[in-house]
Design a binder for this molecule. Structure first.
Ligand code: 5GP
Length: 127
């Protein structure tokens, strides 16, 4: 099965400039912006500019330049927003929801970077 990318998803529209965003960082391959409904004092979404649906899609099919750039942006944001533990920050959590069980709302690959407060256990409860 191939990955099916819906180019009408909200992040595709943000990338086309059709919807405004609060940009945190932008490079040739990557855009990072504040989540519209923040769950923590730091809640940044990092997305590739390419048309990838999920982390596994990006990891399988993105170029090495895209993959390196994306993760360098994550590192720079963690440093700039002072959550990187190795640089004196108190820590953070990265989440990437994928598909139905992952409760992915927007079908364009993104990492959530959350921090600025204690975040509790990884999952609210087992089912
Ligand atoms: P998902 O469940 O797909 O991992 O999360 C999607 C995230 O995108 C949610 O945290 C939601 O608040 C955020 N979001 C949805 N629409 C917009 C938007 O138009 N602008 C921004 N900045 N964030 C959005």
């Amino acid at each position: 099965m191939a990955y099916a990318y819906d180019d009408q998803n909200i992040f595709a529209r943000i990338l086309r400039g059709e919807i405004p965003n609060s940009t945190v960082m932008e490079t040739d391959h990557t855009l990072a912006f504040n989540d519209i409904a923040p769950q923590a004092p730091v809640h940044v979404l990092v997305i590739p500019k390419g048309a990838y649906v999920t982390l596994d899609h990006f990891a399988a099919q993105a170029s090495e330049a895209e993959i390196v750039d994306f993760h360098r942006v994550v590192a720079r944001i963690c440093a700039d927003l002072e959550v990187a533990p190795g640089m004196g920050g108190a820590g953070y959590r990265v989440i990437s929801n994928a598909g139905g069980d992952g409760v992915q709302e927007v079908p364009h690959y993104h990492l959530h970077i959350l921090g600025g407060r204690p975040l509790g256990r990884m999952l609210a409860k087992a089912v």
